[in-house]
Design a protein around this ligand. Sequence first.
Ligand SMILES: C[S@@+](CC[C@H](N)C(=O)[O-])C[C@H]1O[C@@H](n2cnc3c(N)ncnc32)[C@H](O)[C@@H]1O
Length: 217
Amino acid sequence: MGERPGIVLWTAEELQRKYDDLARWYDLGEALPELLLLRRLRRHLVRKARGAVLEVAAGTGKNLPHYPPGCSLTLVDLSPRMLAIAQRRARRLGRAVTCRVMDAQALEFPDGRFDTVVSTLSTCTFPDPVAALREMGRVCREDGRILLLEHGRSNRSWLARWQDRTAPGHARRIGCHWNRDPLELVRRSGLRAVQARRLALGMVYVIEARRAHAADP
Ligand SMILES: C[S@@+](CC[C@H](N)C(=O)[O-])C[C@H]1O[C@@H](n2cnc3c(N)ncnc32)[C@H](O)[C@@H]1O
């Protein structure tokens, strides 16, 4: 499944500018969905992280409170201003983190460097989400975990049709592709979903993936 016709893809520079501009309002803008659902899902997902952890497109660091204490954390994002907020949050929480401005589609880490790779609410934004997921698989240890919390195309046909109809305008306005199918993207990137749950009318996906040839958990 390729990108649907009429969809405009933002460049990395445009996304960086957008999130730099948005950074100080981001947490406020997301407060309601966080309160209703996302914070609970983040907590359940991220507590599975172990060892050396890479969080890709970490934004303002909303997952930071939920990591188990023994993890060593590296956060990357395109937006320096989003990362600056994440760094402040880490300081408040007393957590040591390494933050680096980096494109998810070209991670500057060697193969198999991390035990766990986490990414949340990001595949909707990446210009090439399959390339980004492939990179997450590459830098993850062969038997490591890739933990994803995403939103995407509903499995209710009436809602999916509406998402398809409105997706080009939405993507043009805010660079978010809300009718992508994260499970399909995982499959196309060569990863294997070993657990997947869908909530909120099938629009929210919680996925644990592994490299395709890794043994089952
Ligand atoms: C919707 S926000 C999600 C932030 C955070 N993961 C969360 O759960 O709140 C999307 C984030 O992806 C980042 N981003 C978009 N494209 C990226 C790319 N190619 N590489 C790295 N980060 C990217 C943006 O800067 C932004 O911080």
